[in-house]
Ligand binder design. Structure first.
Ligand SMILES: Cc1cc2nc3c(=O)[nH]c(=O)nc-3n(C[C@H](O)[C@H](O)[C@H](O)COP(=O)(O)OP(=O)(O)OC[C@H]3O[C@@H](n4cnc5c(N)ncnc54)[C@H](O)[C@@H]3O)c2cc1C
Ligand SMILES: NC(=O)c1ccc[n+]([C@@H]2O[C@H](COP(=O)([O-])OP(=O)(O)OC[C@H]3O[C@@H](n4cnc5c(N)ncnc54)[C@H](O)[C@@H]3O)[C@@H](O)[C@H]2O)c1
Length: 459
């Protein structure tokens, strides 16, 4: 028995549900298939739970620093990890429920629970039931990489999913991987009161960023008491009583770090290995990401791939934008393109790093005639008033076109401030526009005209 639809959407992450509803509202019969939780990674094991816990960690930090602000607390600051978890669970469950309510209210969308696998280019099997459709949209996301490192199967390691289930405080959390996921969890648990060591195989943290940004992030986190073991080449694990010994073989320091818990945060892989893509003839690259064109179409004309599984973005906003691109082209006659998008994201350490466009390293490699300006957050009045003066801003401009090339804003509200720059880039405006703007005082953003006004050649 096979059920026929106009469209099948596989995966209810950030792109699948809105596309299913748009197609259904346009009169198409749509099946939306999800094997686990509505909302996918972001809602259940990614952005939402982590940023909710980052908020708890910020509150803990402010309580620990209360005396700096003249606030007298009744006693020592402590954590109730069960309440931290309960708060996080509520935010996640509320979000999942509101998505469920929205989909329940959508006409023409059939929600199918189970694991989807292609049987042919137009047929998908879910728990023995076959669904067919003229168009299929993949939104299957990704999962944590579990490396094939010696001893890894002998220990109880944590990933970004299982660490969210902890309702106790790790005595010593060893975080393997010093990038976005690792650093957010490292700072969070340090603020909750754990001893934390970050083990990174590369020579620096967040290696996609400029070296000065990586250094500043490391300094900020080290001042909070996080230990780092960089250039950790031969990582291996062994049990030591109830603890876990992580072999790091760094060039200096002890060859082992012994912790009570280990978090693996060494990257993500797409959920495309168990999707039967061969049966559909859909091509992937060497790492398993589905190959797509500028409109997110795969090599099979009636199959599209959106979100993390296409390797063209790794964020919630890029997955959602993929939905917008597909919907615009299919339903609105609006030729939106992947190549219209500027890279942008934030790292939610505190202070956060807001990023858009090129890094300084990329600007140098571009061969363009570039201008650069920087300012330390110690010079930003609002940051001083808030007692949050760590970090700096770095801005890059094309000297010939006077268009903004990129920005790294590591500092108080850096994740928000960067949007003023992002908006100008989308507007195609010259930097002179912002130099003449009159911003509100006192804000962190008010320094943008001043900094853009002090551009120097990038030598
Ligand atoms: C710890 C962490 C923190 C993050 N923080 C941020 C952040 O602050 N900001 C940000 O922008 N991004 C963040 N991200 C990244 C963000 O979560 C992802 O980029 C985003 O969720 C990708 O959405 P997606 O729709 O592509 O896939 P997903 O959200 O992963 O959804 C895919 C869905 O498909 C389902 N699925 C997979 N295979 C099948 C199948 N065969 N059959 C049926 N269903 C299937 C899965 O169960 C899942 O529900 C974070 C990620 C992590 C891990
Ligand atoms: N704020 C955000 O938007 C946010 C937050 C978290 C995650 N994410 C998304 O999740 C994705 C994955 O993040 P991630 O931090 O897991 O991966 P990543 O690919 O960004 O970084 C992995 C890190 O692990 C290191 N590494 C790799 N193998 C190792 C090994 N064997 N031992 C030690 N270190 C090793 C790498 O050198 C790198 O520094 C990101 O690309 C991002 O898109 C986004």
């Amino acid at each position: 028995m096979s059920a026929a639809y106009d469209a099948i959407v596989v995966g209810a992450g950030q792109a699948g549900p809105p596309l299913a509803v748009r197609l259904a509202n346009a009169g198409q019969r749509v099946a939306l298939i999800e094997r686990k939780f509505l909302g996918g990674t972001c809602v259940n094991t990614g952005c939402k739970p982590t940023k909710t816990m980052v908020a708890s960690a910020y509150a803990a930090r402010m309580a620990q620093r209360a005396a700096d602000y003249g606030v007298v607390l009744g006693g020592a600051v402590g954590m109730d990890m069960r309440r931290v978890k309960a708060r996080k669970d509520k935010v996640t469950l509320d979000s999942r429920k509101s998505l469920r309510d929205w989909l329940d209210g959508a006409k023409n969308v059939t929600f199918v629970e189970g694991h989807a696998r292609f049987r042919s280019p137009t047929e998908i099997e879910v728990d023995g039931k076959v669904l067919s459709a003229g168009k299929t949209f993949l939104n299957v996301g990704g999962r944590a990489v579990v490396p094939d490192l010696p001893g890894v199967t002998d220990i109880n390691y944590l990933t970004n999913s299982s660490i969210l289930e902890l309702d106790e405080l790790p005595r010593h959390l060893v975080v393997v991987g010093g990038s976005y996921i690792g650093l957010e969890f490292a700072q969070m648990f340090r603020r909750f009161g754990s001893e934390v060591t970050v083990v990174e195989k590369g020579p620096r943290l967040a290696a996609r960023e400029d070296e000065d940004v990586s250094e500043a992030i490391r300094d900020i986190l080290a001042r909070e008491g996080i230990a780092f073991r960089l250039k950790a080449e031969c990582i291996r694990f062994r049990r030591q009583g109830s603890d876990i010994a992580v072999g790091v073989d760094c060039t200096d320091g002890s060859p082992e770090v012994v912790g009570s818990h280990v978090l693996l945060a060494i990257g993500r892989r797409p959920n495309t290995d168990d999707l039967g893509l061969d049966a559909a003839g859909v091509e992937t690259d060497q790492r398993g990401y589905v190959k797509v064109d500028d409109e997110l179409r795969t090599n099979v004309g009636h199959i599209w791939a959106m979100g993390d599984c296409n390797g063209r973005g790794a964020f919630t906003h890029t997955a959602y934008n993929d939905y917008e691109i597909v919907a615009a082209n299919l339903l609105d006659g609006d030729r939106r393109r992947l190549s219209d998008r500027f890279p942008c994201y934030a790292l939610y350490t505190d202070p956060p790093l807001g990023r858009v466009g090129m890094t300084e390293t990329e600007a140098r490699k571009s061969g363009k005639n570039c201008l650069i300006a920087t300012i330390a957050m110690t010079r930003v009045g609002r940051a001083v008033e808030r007692g949050e003066t760590e970090g700096f801003m770095k801005l890059l401009v094309d000297a010939d076109s006077r268009r903004i090339l990129g920005a790294s804003i590591l500092g108080a509200s850096g994740d928000e401030v960067v949007h003023g720059i992002l908006d100008l880039m989308y507007a195609g405006a010259k930097v002179d526009t912002i130099v003449r703007s009159v911003p509100i005082h006192p804000t962190v953003s008010e320094f943008l005209p001043t900094v853009f006004g002090s551009l120097k050649p990038l030598t």
